[in-house]
Design a protein around this ligand. Structure first.
Ligand code: AMP
Ligand code: GLY
Length: 431
């Protein structure tokens, strides 16, 4: 069986790698892929853009591809899955209607309110003055979110009213383009953030192992947000009893809310949750802070190595609406951690085209160590950086501390001039 993976980041490298571990999968085509997928045995990069629907359909037909797995949110929000389904192609990823759960925060909020899904209190505004009046009435800290897709940059957690006001102006002054037609103002929640990536065929929904990521660039979770500086799974912040609550309090009602809107959602529903510690009398509280319509990055790089059920089985069961009949997913009894290596200067300005060496040494230093490429290309046999986040060094071990230690010792083997990585991945759960 052959499959297509759309995208070119660390998440897509991990997806292609996992698919190829299945004996049934003979080839993965990545569109466009990266230097890591170019080197992955069984994987082939094709230089097309995700908006080239005709080209992708042709690739499916000519190569007899079993399915298309879409990595990033933008092509889903642009309707790639709809266009492929209209040509009878099996696609893992929701249509434009379902992708609204990520592409419009106001839409997601309305769905959560109707479906009774616990989330931060919020209000939506299409006008700066009214939004500012609301913020002044609510007080700080408060969270300001551009409604649409803003490449992870549309959210401001404002400690002071002035920061919230500035963020509201930035949204309505067009700093986020079309994403800034509306603004969602949200209650600030403090607690641990957990990512639950769930798979669904539109009828049944099942969570993968819960993960945590580190969004901020600086150690101690300080400084500006990034695409993610590291991740680990399963997180002890979400033991099985709490994950069971996520299933009944968040995932199932959200799926029902999608169904009530006539949406046939097949793919990943990613719930970004805040877990608030139990008060003296009450239970731990769970609230949704965002939904995404795709696998998380870098959570996927940490979660997939632990998965024993072949990924193609899960993907096809979702595409063919028979997830209910799959046996429970099997997981390794281990922990996994991913440390992201970034270019110097990221998330500000950084250089591209830097040579990277030592990947083989890093991967062979210990078993269960994988280097997933996020921003690389292979140029005449030499790996070069193409982005800010460049590599995700991932390791599995019987326990969390050992997985982290293994990942960091692999990082030491990589030769990438000026690279930056956080030395404290996992700090929120370490003793
Ligand atoms: P989002 O794009 O919605 O995931 O938001 C980006 C980041 O902002 C999240 O990962 C959180 O760290 C933070 N954030 C979003 N909403 C809230 C909230 N209501 N309270 C506290 N932090 C939040
Ligand atoms: N790790 C955050 C995200 O994928 O949105």
């Amino acid at each position: 069986m052959k499959a297509i993976v759309i995208g070119g980041g660390g998440r897509e490298h991990a997806l292609a790698w996992k698919l190829l571990q299945s004996a049934r999968v003979t080839e993965v085509v990545c569109i466009p892929g990266n230097g890591g997928t170019a080197r992955l045995p069984g994987c082939r990069n094709v230089a097309m853009v995700p908006s080239d629907i005709e080209g992708i359909v042709r690739c499916v037909q000519v190569n007899n591809m079993a399915f298309v797995l879409v990595g990033p949110e933008q092509p889903l929000a642009d309707g790639l899955a709809d266009a492929l389904r209209a040509q009878q192609v099996k696609v893992f990823g929701p249509g434009q209607d379902g992708a609204q759960i990520e592409s419009s925060k106001a839409w997601a909020k309305a769905l959560m309110a109707q479906a009774n899904v616990p989330t931060a209190a919020s209000a939506v505004f299409t006008d700066a003055e009214q939004a500012i009046a609301y913020v002044q009435q609510q007080g700080a800290p408060i969270v300001v979110k551009a409604d649409g897709l803003a490449a992870g940059k549309g959210v401001t957690v404002a400690k002071e009213i002035e920061d919230a006001v500035a963020a509201i102006h930035a949204v309505f002054d067009g700093q986020f383009g079309a994403a800034g037609k509306q603004v969602v103002i949200e209650e600030f929640l403090s607690g641990q953030e957990v990512s639950v990536l769930a798979v669904t065929d539109g009828l049944t929904i099942r969570p993968l192992l819960p993960a945590q990521d580190h969004k901020q660039i600086g150690e101690g979770d300080t400084g500006p947000n990034t695409g993610g500086m590291g991740a680990y799974a399963p997180t002890p912040v979400m033991p099985p009893d709490l994950l069971a609550r996520v299933q009944t309090e968040v995932l199932e009602p959200t799926l029902k809310g999608l169904q009530a809107r006539g949406i046939d959602y097949r793919g990943v529903l990613y719930a970004g949750l805040i877990v608030m510690p139990a008060s003296e009398t009450g239970a731990v509280e769970l609230k949704v802070i965002e939904f995404n319509c795709r696998f998380g990055d870098p959570e996927t790089q940490a979660v997939l190595p632990l998965l024993e059920t072949p990924l193609d089985e899960i993907v096809l069961a979702c595409c063919e609406q028979r997830l209910e009949n799959l046996p429970p997913f099997a997981w390794k009894d281990a922990a996994s951690a991913c440390v992201v290596m970034a270019a110097e200067g990221y998330p500000g300005d950084y250089e591209k085209g830097l040579s990277i060496n030592g990947i083989d040494a890093a991967e062979s230093a210990a078993d269960d160590t994988m280097v997933f490429h996020a921003g690389t290309r292979l140029s005449q046999g030499q790996l070069k950086s193409t982005g800010g986040r460049v590599l995700g060094i991932t390791a599995m071990a019987p326990d969390f501390d050992a997985a982290l230690a293994k990942a960091y010792s692999a990082v030491d083997k990589i030769d990438f001039p000026g690279s930056y990585y956080r030395r404290d991945i996992g700090c929120r759960v370490k003793g």
